[in-house]
Design a protein around this ligand. Sequence first.
Ligand code: FES
Length: 272
Amino acid sequence: MYKIISKKEIGPKVRTYEICAPEIARNAKAGQFVIFRIDDKGERVPLTVAGTDPQKGLVRIIFQEVGKSTMQLASLCEGDCIKDFAGPLGRPTEIKKYGTVVAVAGGVGTAEVLPVIKELKQAGNRIITVVGARCKDLIILEDELKRESDLLLFATNDGTLGIKGFVTAVLKDVISREKIDIAYAIGPVPMMKAVAELTMLKRIKTLVSLSPIMLDGTGMCGACRVSIGGKMKFVCVDGPEFDAHYVNWEELASRLELFKNLEKISVDKFKY
Ligand code: FES
């Protein structure tokens, strides 16, 4: 059992937890994830490791209440326990000195970008971070992003922070005036796809972190399969990061829709 040591709300329906999981805290690297299961009957849900404290044995996760399992997780309190918390899973982000890095984050994808830019900054890279959300109140981790970025830019749909519009407008401006050595994009599928289309025009290598449905997290069940450059890959063992210019976005988007009806039934049952 894995105890929730601290719980904090950092945005509307967005929470950060510190979970006591010393083994994972010692071994997890940026880009890796865990799969949690609240109880014996719970579904398995992947979540990025947003940070660790190896001394205290704590793993930080950040999640948004979007389905039954995340709602159930949000209903737990400090001191409560989660049945399974497996990890670290997936391949870590390749950290090295590239030069200038632009990291684009959308919504709760910001939690996944944070550990990546933190390590890339430590490796001597110049970091430009672009964050997008529907409005200012939905921007999370602003102070931490500021600390790890040389330049932090925002785009909101309603213009309450940064430019009014999408992250791609900001990115277009950045890549037109800066030499970018590598780009990262983590967020909703349409956002990552739009970033990929933009960076492809300038031939900027772009990595995206994919979050398909997962079950075992060990490459056995096939639930997380994606097509990359026409080849089948399993996100849990081959990813979660892939070259954005080779991802079959249409297939990924349609596979993410597969269980929407069942998810809705499950949420309704949990709520009422
Ligand atoms: Fe089963 Fe990846 S989650 S193969």
